[in-house]
Write a protein that binds this ligand. Structure first.
Ligand SMILES: NC(=O)c1ccc[n+]([C@@H]2O[C@H](COP(=O)([O-])OP(=O)(O)OC[C@H]3O[C@@H](n4cnc5c(N)ncnc54)[C@H](OP(=O)(O)O)[C@@H]3O)[C@@H](O)[C@H]2O)c1
Length: 174
């Protein structure tokens, strides 16, 4: 599952997502290089652990821990895809400005796409029940929390009518 998962993440991040965005900023070489190193190293870490070292009971995929983790992973992925779809469609073709995102989980948090991504990898950590999966989820959350917080503060400064009820990344909490 993880090898396919890693492939899907790399495929969607590097080949699909860049061609769908409208009027996005160019990516810094430094950011690109850091993302490349992170994805390569993390993909290797997860795949190597699962293919070489992990030991699971024969009925692992029918146990509640795996099924709950899988459901969370799927839910997170759907939230992430839906939220990215909302962001991409805020601009009309040719526009480069910013608008207040509305709809979906953006009604509750500024970083709805990042919330989906975090839920996704928490689900994976639960389904794989591994330190490696847990580390991936934790570091993803830390990186995306900082990013979501920057966006949140920027929205509050830029838009006077920005909904005050919205949290940064976790609905009702943070
Ligand atoms: N696993 C990880 O560690 C990790 C790390 C980073 C990202 N990701 C994932 O990669 C995907 C993209 O992340 P990202 O950080 O690039 O997302 P983002 O900053 O929210 O931007 C996504 C796209 O939407 C546009 N956009 C964002 N807010 C907008 C607004 N208010 N008005 C108009 N357009 C807006 C951006 O344009 P501009 O480029 O002009 O801002 C960009 O083209 C997400 O699914 C995220 O979860 C994962």
């Amino acid at each position: 599952m993880q090898t396919q998962n890693t492939f899907c993440v790399l495929f969607s991040c590097t080949l699909i997502f860049p061609y769908l965005i409208r009027g996005g900023k160019p990516t810094l070489l430094y950011s690109w290089a850091m993302a490349f190193v992170f994805c390569t190293y993390n993909g290797y870490l997860q795949s190597r652990y699962l293919s070489q070292y992990a030991v699971y009971a024969d009925d692992w995929v029918t146990q509640p821990r795996f099924l709950t983790g899988f459901a969370l992973w799927l839910l997170g992925m759907l939230i992430n895809i839906h939220s990215d779809h909302i962001l991409r469609n805020l601009r009309k073709p040719g526009e480069i400005g910013y608008r207040i995102p509305r709809g979906g989980l953006f009604e509750y948090v500024s970083g709805a796409n990042y919330f989906g991504e975090t839920v996704e990898w928490c689900g994976f950590a639960l389904a794989s029940w591994s330190l490696q999966g847990g580390a991936f989820a934790l570091f993803t959350f830390c990186i995306l929390l900082a990013r979501a917080n920057n966006h949140h503060q920027w929205y509050l400064e830029k838009f006077e009518d920005y909904p005050k009820f919205r949290k940064i990344i976790i609905p009702f909490l943070l």
